[in-house]
Ligand binder design. Structure first.
Ligand SMILES: Cc1ncc(COP(=O)(O)O)c(C=O)c1O
Length: 387
């Protein structure tokens, strides 16, 4: 690839490409390929959400949005947060964003100075870490342990990783790619520690509703005080099958409302107006859809778990949440090469563990938000490589 070193900042030139995208390059939509590499459901967005977008378009909702989002959506977010987490949060705590990814970017733009470091519970979706790098921050991975069939976070290790330059902790629970979920006790301890140290918590809650043994994952927002240094990230992508719409929201202390509005202005000049109206419908009428999706995902998780359990080279902790199987493959030295081979020889697209940081090497990630037919076929195709 040709480069223009004189014009592009070194920091940007040195950014690695997403290795998930690298595996999928030139292969999206290839006939016969079963693509389980991206974190998205194979279901189209539900009709009632599509209808809301069409009605908004036909009703003339084609103009710029207020920077923090349209009032009906902020009000619906408030209702939703009240319903799910039992907290009555003021409207000025919400900023609508053009996706969860954009919410992460705006938040790090607000918080991270060059030279700051951010603790990142890892392995983690690469976009979360790279955003810190773009801001000139240092990523400090705090690696989850996989022990006795469970992922766990060593809190002492987390606390010891912080120093006077630590600005924030990025914690994605339920986690992509591991499916690890923070317990209530861990949440309480982390919040107390962060308060004492003056460290921001960035809680990536985009999988909060895709949980198999309870209604939602334990969240900081349930127990935080309004002035706590907490930014919670949410997205419409996963729970309402809206990945292509690019819509999310931030819940932050009210003191950040104005600064986040400025950043929304200078990044995108406000999220797409008619898409926000679709978001209103998703939050207002979407609970039955989310419940149904979780039930479908549960069956798919069980199918994948059964198959992976039979493969002799695989070590696997089935997730309690999110829609990924993240499994270690015995003897696999290079997960990127192996994923490319599975793509080309088996016709199955998975994400290489190395895409999620060094701690992910040795693993593959498979998104099981696809039909049971596709998953069964994928498992048959993978058998010769994993058994
Ligand atoms: C952990 C995590 N956070 C945030 C996102 C962002 O989702 P979106 O930008 O589609 O809202 C994703 C998407 O895969 C994710 O896995």
């Amino acid at each position: 690839m040709s480069r223009m070193p004189a014009q592009v900042r070194d920091l940007i030139m040195e950014l690695p490409d997403s290795k998930i995208r690298e595996v999928s390059l030139n292969s999206i939509g290839k006939p016969g390929l079963i693509a389980l590499w991206f974190g998205e459901s194979d279901e189209e967005t539900p009709e009632f959400i599509r209808d809301a977008a069409k009605a908004a378009l036909d009703g003339g909702e084609t103009f710029y949005s207020p920077n923090s989002g349209i009032e009906p959506l902020r009000a619906e977010i408030r209702n939703y947060m009240g319903r799910v987490y039992g907290r009555d949060l003021d409207l000025n705590r919400f900023t609508v964003t053009a996706s969860g990814m954009n919410a992460i970017m705006l938040s790090f733009q607000a918080l991270v100075d060059p030279g700051d470091n951010v603790l990142v519970v890892s392995p983690v979706w690469p976009n979360c870490s790279e955003t810190i790098r773009i801001m000139g921050g240092e990523i400090r991975p705090v690696v989850l342990d996989e022990r006795d069939g469970a992922w766990s976070l060593d809190l002492q290790k987390l606390f010891d990783a912080a120093d006077e330059k630590t600005k924030a902790l990025f914690i994605n629970s339920p986690g992509n790619p591991t499916g690890w979920m923070m317990s209530e006790g861990e949440r309480d301890e982390i919040l107390l520690w962060a308060r004492k140290r003056g460290i921001w918590i960035m809680a990536d809650d985009v999988y909060a509703r895709l949980v198999y043994d309870r209604a939602h994952a334990p969240a900081f927002i349930e127990i935080a005080e309004p002035e706590d240094r907490l930014i919670a990230i949410n997205s419409f992508s996963k729970s309402w099958s809206m990945t292509g719409w690019r819509l999310g929201w931030i819940t932050a202390p009210a003191a950040l409302e104005h600064d986040l509005a400025k950043l929304n202005e200078y990044n995108i000049a406000g999220p797409t107006t008619f898409v926000q109206h679709a978001g209103v419908a998703a939050l207002r009428d979407g609970d039955p859809y989310v419940d149904g999706l979780v039930e479908r995902l549960r069956r798919r998780r069980d199918l994948v778990t059964q198959s992976l359990g039979r493969f002799s080279r695989v070590r696997y902790t089935p997730p309690d949440a999110a829609f990924y199987a993240f499994f270690a493959v015995e003897g696999m030295a290079d997960s990127l090469k192996f994923a490319l081979r599975l793509r080309d020889e088996a016709g199955v697209g998975v994400a290489p563990g190395i895409a999620f940081g060094q701690s992910g090497e040795g693993y593959l990630r498979l998104c099981f938000a696809s039909s049971e037919r596709a998953l069964s076929e994928a498992m048959e195709r993978l058998r010769p490589y994993l058994d």
